[in-house]
Design a protein around this ligand. Structure first.
Ligand code: AMP
Ligand code: ZN
Length: 443
């Protein structure tokens, strides 16, 4: 079955045909690293991880680039508040981000470029834009000239009035047109800055992704993805910069955007303060439960976050892992057809999940779930998971108690054996005797 994707550029589902069948190239906008990310930020990571897994099953070579934005005014403010260096802050938070995403079962991208390492490429692009009349310098800034691009606005389909209003531009006397946007801005002595033909300064946000994607994927590539809020202005401006620099009709052939993760019907966001960080949720729920919740709605639909949703997701995984227990098998070499078909239809993960529910054979169950990045653990290890700070016996203590119970039974001291079992039960650990020995689970 051919892979069909909804392309924001055409507002239609289209068959996916890569520019180069031998090498598929994917770019996803990553986070700005100044704090732990919230679970809304994890939605694109998890959704497009399912995409990456699908592409890797179908194409010999896939290059997935997801950037880390480590230059931003929010970073400067937070570093000052914390009384730490910008580098210390961005290194610490980028490490935490990577660790949290790994615990959500997301594969590492092939390249994870950090903006500060590509300032030279950004300056070179801006110079080309100036030389071609698409950008101009004014008062230490360099601005992209929106009227210089005939078909600016194709992705977001905004009218000129909407563009100007949506740009939420602070009135800046150096702008020739209110829709023009910043490519480069000056830095004060105390702000981070790099030398440039326009003086010491730093890049605007949009130019970062244009430079990093061109460097690692080429001037035109297959898929560019991110959250819905990035369509305008971020992606529109990336397109303007890349197309005007390189002179191509396309920056990326397909544009994919995930819907919002909401909380009580409102977009989860740092600025509203209605967020849960992935880091804190991972103390209370296993990573796969968070992942399953994120995949329970189609990626383009809104998804309401609730703790109850996470409890239900964990219960589903308990059931699946329970089915593997004692009859575990490596994943089948092929993803079951019903799961593959669902994912081939614009990543229909809710349909894929219901297909996984139908799989009886443990090898198929694992293979189907693993296409979603689920059932990655050993079943016994899954049932050993405990929330952070939970009291109760450690794994080693449980193993020792099971050994002692075994010894008591061999000595035919069934009273002692039962006492050990009841004692564990009182501490929240349930023993199950099966043909291959005694297994246990918490809760
Ligand atoms: P930011 O660091 O704000 O640029 O966000 C990083 C990524 O998370 C972008 O792709 C955003 O579109 C996405 N994102 C932010 N908030 C949400 C949300 N509530 N639901 C889904 N995606 C989000
Ligand atoms: Zn971007």
């Amino acid at each position: 079955m051919s892979f069909v994707v909804y392309n924001t550029l055409s507002r239609e589902k289209e068959p996916f045909v890569p520019l180069d069948a031998g090498h598929v190239r994917l770019y996803v906008c990553g986070p700005t690293v100044y704090d732990y990310v919230h679970i809304g930020n994890a939605r694109p990571v998890v959704a497009f991880d399912v995409l990456y897994r699908l592409l890797r099953r179908r194409y010999r070579r896939v290059t997935y680039v997801r950037n880390i934005t480590d230059i931003d005014d929010r970073i400067m403010v937070r570093a000052a508040d914390n009384n730490e260096s910008i580098e210390a802050l961005t290194t610490r938070t980028a490490d935490a981000y990577q660790g949290d995403m790994r615990r959500l079962g997301a594969l590492a991208p092939d390249v994870e470029p950090r903006a500060t390492e590509y300032v030279g490429e950004m300056v070179a692009m801006i110079e080309r834009l100036v030389a071609k009349g698409h950008a101009y310098a004014a008062e230490g800034h360099v601005l992209f000239s929106v009227p210089s691009m005939g078909d600016y606005g194709r992705l977001s389909r905004r009218t000129r009035d909407e563009l100007v209003a949506g740009a939420r531009v602070e009135v800046a006397p150096y702008k020739k047109d209110p829709a023009d946007f910043v490519l480069w801005k000056p830095s004060t002595e105390r702000q981070p800055g790099w030398p440039s033909p326009w003086g010491r300064g730093r890049p605007g946000w949009h130019i970062e992704c244009s430079a990093m994607s061109a460097k690692h994927l080429g001037e035109t590539f297959d898929i560019h993805a991110g959250g819905l809020d990035l369509i305008f202005p971020h992606h529109e401006n990336e397109i303007a910069q890349s197309r005007c620099t390189f002179g191509h009709a396309l920056m990326a052939k397909y544009w994919m955007h995930n819907g919002f993760l909401n909380i009580s019907g409102e977009k989860m966001s740092k600025s509203l303060g209605n967020f849960f960080t992935v880091h804190e949720l991972l103390d209370q729920y296993p990573g796969e439960a968070i992942r399953l919740l994120l995949l329970s709605a189609h990626y383009r639909q809104p998804l309401d976050f609730t703790h109850d949703g996470l409890v239900q997701a964990k219960a589903t995984l308990d059931r699946w892992y329970g089915a593997l227990r004692g009859r575990d098998a490596p994943a089948a070499s092929r993803v079951p057809q019903a799961v593959e078909d669902a994912l081939s239809d614009d990543l229909n993960t809710p349909l894929a999940i219901s297909a996984v529910h139908q799989l009886g054979d443990p090898a198929d169950l694992r293979a189907g779930a693993q296409a979603l990045g689920l059932l990655q653990h050993d079943a016994e290890a899954w049932f050993r998971w405990t929330p952070a700070g939970a009291s109760g016996p450690s794994d080693a203590e449980i193993a020792a108690a099971i050994g002692a119970r075994q010894a008591a039974r061999q000595a035919r001291d069934f009273k002692a054996a039962d006492r050990i079992r009841d004692d564990l039960k009182a501490k929240g650990v349930v023993l199950e005797d099966g043909p291959t020995g005694t297994t246990w689970k918490r809760g």
